[in-house]
Design a protein around this ligand. Structure first.
Ligand code: NAP
Length: 528
């Protein structure tokens, strides 16, 4: 065992002062000298800008002698680090770090190959050694051979960090931990976030997480690793949930679902999976022990082909945003966006008999259209692709409208369409394209505008509407309602709705209010 706490905080900065500040923040003690006994910290000496800064930092370390399990790393450029000096200078820094209180050092295979093993033993003394190999551009074909070479180097633990372009590759790496003691497997790359969190569950000796500066692609911050995903507390009984999509990083679902699991004392974790290839994800369900998942852009419709069964409502909508993995890996689909739309709108507008325009004809638009039509609204669809709009309009006995006819500039004033509500179900205006809006202020001939986007909370479209005195509803309302419904489907327990709202609002930080009553909107429902 390298350290009791297996989440290893990575401290990396260009100068000793910043590096010290990071170390203090990890140890939670102003002097960085007491406490933190169980913590593991990697000190990336190679990030310090020159030998002088390294010496300065190590002097300070030697004086304070923190009790944490510290791992000194001074990785050379040849091995993907930042240190420009010779191997001799690298070893001298590592030896000094050991004297200053580091219990471990990490030495890369490129340096090990160049050194006499006896010399390394003498130089690094009683310190314990991690032998590491890094593959930044692709996964090595023969992982076992790499592991064998590292093991021959008289080290106490071995580490392989490799770029993984799929979950299948990442799993191959993590599984090595089942065969070897004190093995650290680090999947690198955009699609590996979930695997980094789950690495310890596979028996990995450590999982690295940066305090401030990411030192490898796909890292999860120390704060998220510890507090959001609680990676060190996951065990074989932990139920894994997640969200699949692309993009997925902006999603607040991990924030609300993990908070809900914690508050209900459920041994489960919810992770983001950046998925391009659905098959790769589906093949990882069983080995990762995935019990259910949310589905977002662009898989809401394509996932249907892979389900064993589907809730009739989701089948009618033709889009699934929630999947439950039942016995023997059978997949069952639901659509909770439907409920989300109704909960977001029914307290604000009398849906029966109203005329609602929906922008877009994708997965979210289909859920909105079915929900509103079922509630008695006359639904109009305007989408980029006319055929798709017409198909959805037919399915809900509504009407397809050409996008250009919504623009005041294109029509005489008397022919300008009026709606009780306009719903944006396109991603136009979503982070990072926050300055885009699907319609202009003068095109908003309606009483209420609902934007399904929740990041940002106040989109440009909503701001334009509010400026015209039109009532606005943010997508966060739909998001929270669909999220609580998902939690209830997966766990069979009542969702802690208020807590989920609070953490979502906190995560959205200083963004504007959820919704606003426009100048013309009074209390109660908007009526025709
Ligand atoms: P989707 O299935 O990919 O559908 C997107 C729709 O928007 C398609 O009709 C697409 O047209 C249209 N579109 C895309 N870019 C456009 C553009 N530049 N101009 C005009 N139309 C454009 O995606 P989705 O799952 O329905 O999601 C759509 C939005 O709903 C996203 O912003 C998502 O965040 C939001 N959403 C929110 C919640 C919530 O809980 N608040 C839940 C679900 C979705 P084409 O078919 O021509 O590409």
């Amino acid at each position: 065992m390298i350290a009791k706490n297996k989440i290893c905080a990575v401290v990396a900065a260009a100068n000793s002062r910043a590096m010290w500040r990071q170390l203090e923040s990890v140890l939670g003690d102003k002097q960085a000298g007491r406490g933190g006994r169980d913590k593991a910290v990697e000190l990336r000496l190679d990030w310090l800008e020159d030998d002088g800064e390294i010496a300065r930092f190590l002097r300070q370390l030697s004086e304070a002698k923190p009790q944490a399990t510290m791992i000194a790393t001074c990785r050379r450029r040849e091995a993907g680090g930042k240190y420009r000096g010779s191997i001799g200078a690298q070893l001298a820094h590592l030896a000094e770090a050991m004297r200053a209180g580091c219990r471990w050092c990490d030495l890369e295979i490129e340096s090990i190959r160049e050194c006499n093993p006896e010399l390394l033993d003498v130089l690094l003394g009683d310190g314990r050694r991690i032998a590491s190999a890094h593959f930044f551009s692709r996964m090595p074909r023969h992982l076992d051979r790499v592991a064998a070479e590292l093991s021959r180097s008289r080290s106490d633990a071995i580490k392989i960090a490799a770029r993984c372009d799929s979950l299948a590759e990442g799993l191959k790496l993590l599984r090595l931990a089942r065969k070897r003691r004190d093995f650290i497997g680090i999947p690198m790359g955009e699609c590996t976030l979930a695997l980094r969190v789950l690495a310890l569950r596979y028996g990995g000796a450590l999982s690295y997480a940066p305090v401030e500066n990411a030192t490898a692609p796909g890292q999860v911050s120390l704060d998220q690793m510890t507090n959001l995903y609680r990676a060190d507390r996951l065990n074989q009984r932990t139920r894994v949930y997640g969200i699949i999509g692309n993009p997925v990083a902006h999603s607040l679902s991990p924030v609300i679902q993990n908070a809900a699991f914690q508050s209900r004392h459920i041994n489960a974790v919810y992770l983001p999976f950046l998925v391009n290839d659905l098959r790769d994800f589906l093949n990882a369900i069983e080995p990762l022990g995935i019990a259910g998942f949310s589905v977002t852009i662009p898989h809401k419709q394509s996932i249907l082909r892979h389900l064993d069964d589907c809730d009739p409502l989701a089948a009618a909508i033709g889009a699934v945003n929630t999947v439950v993995v039942r016995g023997r890996g059978k997949l069952y689909g639901y659509n909770t966006d439907y409920v989300g739309v109704l909960r977001a709108l029914e307290s604000r507008i009398l849906l029966r008999g109203s005329r609602v325009l929906i922008l877009g004809a994708g997965g979210a638009a289909r859920a909105v259209a079915f929900a509103l039509a079922q509630a008695g609204a006359a639904v109009c669809i305007a989408a980029r692709r006319r055929k798709r709009a017409a198909k959805l309009a037919r399915a809900v006995h509504g009407e397809a409208i050409e996008f250009r006819h919504l623009r005041v500039a294109n029509r005489p004033r008397e022919k300008h369409e009026f709606f009780d509500a306009i719903v944006n179900a396109t991603p136009v205006g979503m982070h990072p394209h926050v300055h885009d809006s699907p319609l202009e202020t003068r095109d908003l001939n309606c009483r209420l505008v609902f934007d399904t986007i929740y990041r940002p909370q106040m989109t440009k479209l909503l701001r334009l509407a509010a400026r015209r005195g039109i009532e606005t509803v943010s997508g966060i309302e739909m998001f929270l309602a669909q999220g609580t419904a998902q939690f209830e489907i997966w766990t069979g327990e009542r969702a802690p709705a208020q807590l989920m709202r609070t953490v979502a609002m906190c995560a959205l930080g200083g963004e504007a209010e959820t919704g606003s009553r426009g100048g013309r909107g009074g209390k109660g429902k908007t009526r025709r």
